[in-house]
Design a protein around this ligand. Structure first.
Ligand SMILES: CC(C)(COP(=O)(O)OP(=O)(O)OC[C@H]1O[C@@H](n2cnc3c(N)ncnc32)[C@H](O)[C@@H]1OP(=O)(O)O)[C@@H](O)C(=O)NCCC(=O)NCCS
Length: 166
């Protein structure tokens, strides 16, 4: 990474890393579904260690799970210190992309089934499925909360807040 990618601490800016991994995840998803795909969600981006300006990045992107039209892409980043060749695992990221018929109509399109050959593939698939189910559950609870939010009195809202802060 270059000096122009730095934050005010002199390390690589997290936002640069996020943009880079989103672009790489897009390429991985688009190649897998052989067409257009859009980012539907970023499950998480973990920053295990800072990346220093001047380090080389080794980036691995793989499809770890597919639903009917969605794909989960896992990205791992390792930073290499060029003079010693030593590497550190700096980031792990999970993105959900959805394949589209085309950009104009934005309609989701079915993607090929994922074949899991190795134990590693199978473990990644199962973990991704757990993330997907957790995400669906979260979105359902959020929507239920938001739909009742407008009718809550201030007292009920304060009650919910104090339960959340307990
Ligand atoms: C992503 C998008 C296409 C989904 O459209 P939609 O009408 O909600 O489609 P559906 O409800 O049929 O869901 C399609 C798939 O997306 C998944 N999905 C939708 N929203 C999701 C979310 N927030 N998180 C994870 N998965 C999501 C669904 O689970 C479903 O997966 P499956 O077919 O594998 O079961 C639409 O919300 C969109 O275009 N969002 C904007 C995308 C964008 O602009 N990205 C940034 C620039 S690329």
């Amino acid at each position: 990474m270059n000096a122009t990618d730095a934050n005010h601490f002199g390390n690589v800016h997290g936002g640069q890393v996020m943009k880079l991994v989103d672009e790489i995840a897009y390429v991985c998803a688009a190649r897998y579904c052989a067409g257009v795909a859009v980012t539907a969600a970023v499950d998480r981006i973990d920053f295990h260690e800072p990346i220093h300006v001047g380090e080389l990045l080794h980036i691995t992107a793989r499809v770890v799970y597919v639903g009917r039209t969605s794909m989960e892409i896992e990205i791992t980043l390792h930073a290499e210190e060029v003079t010693t060749g030593s590497q550190r695992h700096t980031n792990t990221c999970h993105f959900t992309f959805v394949a589209l018929e085309n950009v104009q109509n934005g309609r989701p399109r079915a993607v090929p089934r994922l074949i899991c050959r190795t134990r590693d593939d199978k473990a990644r698939y199962i973990q991704a499925k757990m993330r997907r189910e957790r995400g669906l559950e979260y979105r359902k609870e959020r929507d239920a909360f938001l739909s009742q939010f407008a009718t809550l009195t201030d007292t009920e809202l304060d009650q919910l807040l104090s339960e959340s802060q307990a």
